[in-house]
Design a protein around this ligand. Structure first.
Ligand code: FEO
Length: 171
């Protein structure tokens, strides 16, 4: 049985992951309005991945006989003043999510909850990748985004991202 603190943190993480999906959908909408369909696609795919993360936390809790209560998802409130703003906000947000996952890990570790630690291992690795992806996007935008042709090429590259289901599967 899950320790109450660990379970509560896992439950809160469902909300954080759905908020991430909502936030990235908001970023996607920003780029749709700016006619940058590749950037919009990239964030739409990211939003799908975040929804998957939320569902994995939900499933894990249910697999451990925890009765999940869903809370309201906050409205995305980032001010998006230029094409770089969503990219920088995404990196800040991913660092926040990493800290949140680490906090759950800490609680599981303190409780010798090896099952939850093993479940979270996938997310620890995933967060490393997501922070790197967000950082790469900022660097590419800094390099190419100020030139119209460069921005066009970068937009085309980001348009090729396709959704893939997570490698972690819970029965
Ligand atoms: Fe689900 Fe981007 O963290």
């Amino acid at each position: 049985m899950l320790n109450e603190k660990v379970a509560k943190l896992l439950e809160e993480q469902i909300n954080k992951e759905f908020y991430s999906a909502y936030l990235y959908l908001d970023f996607s909408n920003y780029y749709v309005d700016a006619a940058l369909d590749g950037f919009a696609n990239w964030f739409k795919v990211q939003a799908q991945e975040e929804r998957d993360h939320a569902m994995l936390f939900l499933q894990y809790l249910q697999n451990n006989m925890y009765s999940v209560k869903l809370e309201a998802i906050a409205k995305p409130d980032q001010e998006l003043k230029d094409h770089m703003a969503p990219l920088k906000a995404a990196l800040v947000h991913e660092r926040y999510v990493t800290a949140s996952i680490n906090k759950i890990y800490e609680a599981a570790y303190a409780d010798k909850d090896f099952r939850t630690m093993q479940f979270l291992d996938w997310f620890v690795k995933e967060q490393g990748e997501e922070e790197k992806n967000a950082d790469d996007l900022i660097k590419k935008m800094e390099l190419f985004g100020t030139d119209a042709k460069g921005l066009y090429m970068l937009n085309s590259e980001l348009g090729s991202r396709v959704y893939a289901a997570p490698s972690l599967v819970l029965d």
